[in-house]
Structure formats: C-alpha cells, structure tokens
Design a protein around this ligand. Sequence first.
Ligand code: NA7
Length: 547
Amino acid sequence: MSVASERSEAVEETTPASVDVVVVGAGFSGLYAIHRMRKAGFDVLCFEAGDGVGGTWYWNRYPGARVDIESVQYSYAFDEDLQQDWKWPELFSPQGDLEDYINHVADRFDLRRSIRFNARVDSVVFDEEERRWQVGTEAGHRVRAKYVIAATGPLDATNVPSFPGIDTFEGELHHTSQWPREGVDLRGKRVGVIGTGSTGVQVVPEVAKVAGHLHVFQRTPAYTVPAHNRALDPDYEREWKENYAQRREMMRHHPNALVLPMTQHGSVFDHTPEERLAILEEAWRSRSGLLFFFLFNDVLTDIRANEVVAEWFRGKIREIVKDPEVAELLCPTTYPLGSKRLSIDSGYYDTFNRDNVTLVDVRRDPIVELTPKGIRTEEAEYDLDVLILATGFDAMTGSLLRLNVVGAGGVPLREKWSGTPWNYLGLMVSGFPNMFLVHGPGSPSVLAQMVTQSEYQIDWIADLLSHMEQEGLETVDTTTEAERTWCAEVTELANGTLFPLADSWQKGANIEGKPQSYMIWVGGFDAFADRCDQVAAAGYDGFVLKP
Ligand code: NA7
C-alpha cells in the first residue's frame, strides 16, 4: 500500500445545495476537471465512490498492476512546476507510484475540499423547468448543478460473470479491480485466476511467485510483449524535463498522444523475411507495448500483414514456453494482433514453465459452476483457496449507465443507448443538455494516452462553459443529426481497420446481452482534437446553445 493512500481522505465540509458544476469521479480526469473548472471561475463539487483519489489507480491495486505507457508521458502537463518537480522512480509506474502521484496532485492543488468521498452517484436527473441537473448519491447527497461532467472512466464498471454457484464458493473471491487495500495473503495457497487480458497478464506472474499452486483459467489467449520496465534513467528524465513543453506539443499532434522515438519501417511487405525478422527481434529485445505496433504501418489495417507479424509472435511463444501443448494453448489465433489491446508483461509466458502453474483451457472445457471448494469445468474439478477474477469491465458505457442518468423529456440514458451509444465527439449526447462525457464512447479513449486526452477534453469543455457564461447562455445540447453523423464516422473509420474483428470490450462483446458496436474513434487523437478545435472555432458547430 502506498503511503499516500493511508492519508485521511475526506475533508468533510457541508455539501452545498447547488453548484455550477458537478464532476463525477476523482480519477485523473475528475481531478483535473476540478482544478480547471475552479480556474475558470466555477463552483465545483466532485463525488467519488471510493475513499481516495486516483480512479483506475485507486481501484486496481492487484499485484502487478502497472501502467503500460511511460510515466513521463502518462502524467499531467497542465502545470510546468508539477512536471518538473515530480520524480517517477520507474519507466512504467506501478499502481502505488501512480497513487502517490495523484495524491500529491490532490494536495498540491488543494482539490480534496471539493470532493465528497464514499459517495457513489446513483441518480442524475435533468429538471427541464429549472434547466438544472439534480445529482444524488447512495450516501444521500442531493445537489443541483448547471453542468455535469461525467469523468467516470471507460474501464470502471467491474464485470463479474454470473457463474452458477458463485455465492457458494467458500474460499476468498476477489475481482482485480476491487482488490483489498490491505492485500491478500496468497502465500502457499491454491489460487485460481480467471481471465487473461491485460490484467490477467500482469497478475499471473506475481501470483505464481508466491502461490502454492496457480491455475490460470484461459478462454482467449493474449498477445503480450516484454515491458522492459526499469528504473527511470536520470539522463532520460533530464532530457524529458528539459524538453517537456515541446514534447507535450508533439503529443497533442500524435494519433496516440505519445512521443514515439523510433523508426517506422513502412509496410510489412516492404521487407524480405530476413529483414522483417531482424526488425521484430530487435523490437522484442528493446521495445514495448504500443511502440511495437508502429514498426510497420499496415499491421492494424491489412489482415495479411497482421498475420505475418502474428505468426512471428506465436513463434516467440513457442520459443519461450517449454511444454509444446501449453505453448499452443497460449498462442492467439482467433483475432488479429492488436485488435484487442496488446499487453505488456514482466515474464508472463515464462511463468507457464513453472512447476506450480497450470494452464486450463476453458474454451475447450468450459467452466460449469463454482462450488464451495472451487471451480467445476465440464471435465474436471479444481480446489481453490483463493479465486481471482481478472474478468474485465462493462467498458465504455457501463460506468455511465450506472449513474442512472435521465435527460430532457424524462428519457433515461439507458433507453437512449439501448442500441448504439449515441454521442457527438464523444463529448455530449443529444437530449442530455449541459452534461459532458470524458473518454466517452465516440472519443479516442484507450487508443491514445489517457491523461493528455483528459486534459484536452476538459480544457475544451471549460472553454465552452466560459463562452456560455460570457454570452449569458443557459444550455448546450447536441442534435440527433450531429450524433448520427459522428457515430457513422466512428463506425466507418473502425471498419477500415482490424479492430472490429475481435470480440473485445471495445465493441461490447464481453458482456452478455450488450448491444455491439465498435465504440472508439480510431481516427487518432490528433485528428480528433483538430476536429474539436474546428467545431469550437465554427461557433460550436453541431451544438445548440440557448439563452
Ligand atoms: P479484459 O481485457 O476484458 O480481459 C478479461 C479476461 O477475462 C479475458 O481474458 C476474458 O476472456 C476473460 N473472461 C471474461 N469473462 C469470462 C468468463 N465468463 N469465463 C472465462 N473467462 C472470462 O479485461 P482486463 O481487465 O484484462 O483489461 C481491460 C483493459 O484495461 C485493457 O484492455 C487495458 O486497456 C487496460 P475473453 O477474451 O472474453 O474470451
């Protein structure tokens, strides 16, 4: 547990009956929203379900939790002193360091006084006569607000599959995103992990180090590359700090909001097999995560190019994993490389060479039920002391829908989004005036670095609100036409890539009964931000502002 997270979190103050802006969620986006709205002169109040700040980095405290973007990039740019002062110990920060950072930010900018902790928002209702939102929490807060900013995070609503018998399991059961702050003693225990997405890939090697025996229940194997995490090199840090302003500007103009210091090698097919091999092998030894994709420009758009790299990738798995049957099971074959998020890991494949680790293929032998003792599949039973669910999230829409938002005309967001999650620029939904989404469906979301995106979107919202106040405007809404055009563009762009080919959370395929459509704008953060700038410059084209 980080030192910062032990601090007393809530600064109790009387909650006002009415404010200008309610922010939902005190993660990276929510905290910046508080700061930015205050700076623009608004009264702001934030409700946070947890008892501390950090959002994703507050909830996901499972062993091995770590960001997959370099911390010098995955951090705030809004305050030069902050980015100069802060020292990241590692290249890719573990959860505890991210939590320390975000607590520091909350203190440094005196944000806690605007936050009510342990306050899960459970109703957000628009009062048409008053043109105000009425926001309620499970803890009993009731506040009226002119504006609502839903900074709820695209990966926040936990997905706990409805395994029959789940309540009968007598061991300890933990979802990775609700990991107890005091930790879980796994030493010598019989542990099961269900799920092998980015989270499973991080948690499995750590659990294997301490468990008596670990069973990994895999339905779909992941593609994951070595993180090459290390202590942050002082020269690298100095270089970043000397050039921060310029580099942040480069991030604003990059499709993934990143600085990627690497050579791009054109098409996969521009090279002989030997050259390609040399490029890939060098990358495997020295690169990680997203960087890996930018080696060639057609991996995410041409299935043949993708398959060439995917097959090389499978060769890597076969090289590392000693048991050929286990290696084959770990080889992804059912979706293109990168169409689900590429994970980065520290020794994931090698973990399956350990004597205390067993891979169970629950695609071939599905889980039938949980029993008091463990898991029963069609063919076997596994006795477990601890079961870890790394089963992901009801992504993109789940965290917004559970706010129980009811817009103009009494229309629930749930009804509006019963098919497509309609939105314009990922920022607004028509019929929900003065309510803004951050990282909403229709935004570049997880396909670009999130902190820079948060800052961009919140700055954009703040400018709009300032404009409204200056002009004496009361409401802003978008139109069904604008959202139809935008969502058609989101779909069209995605269809030009391989992303929709995977049954991923990015299109809602991981949740039973959830309507499926690819929800992320794949056109790049730079193009997205350019578009938002143009919309604002054109007098908020596609939005309707009323006095
Ligand atoms: P993911 O990527 O949604 O992974 C969840 C994993 O859990 C995945 O392997 C699923 O298999 C598996 N799963 C889910 N439900 C079941 C059931 N019922 N039975 C067996 N296995 C199941 O979530 P993560 O938390 O790993 O990562 C989310 C994002 O966080 C990640 O993309 C990064 O952006 C950061 P499936 O693939 O559905 O067959």
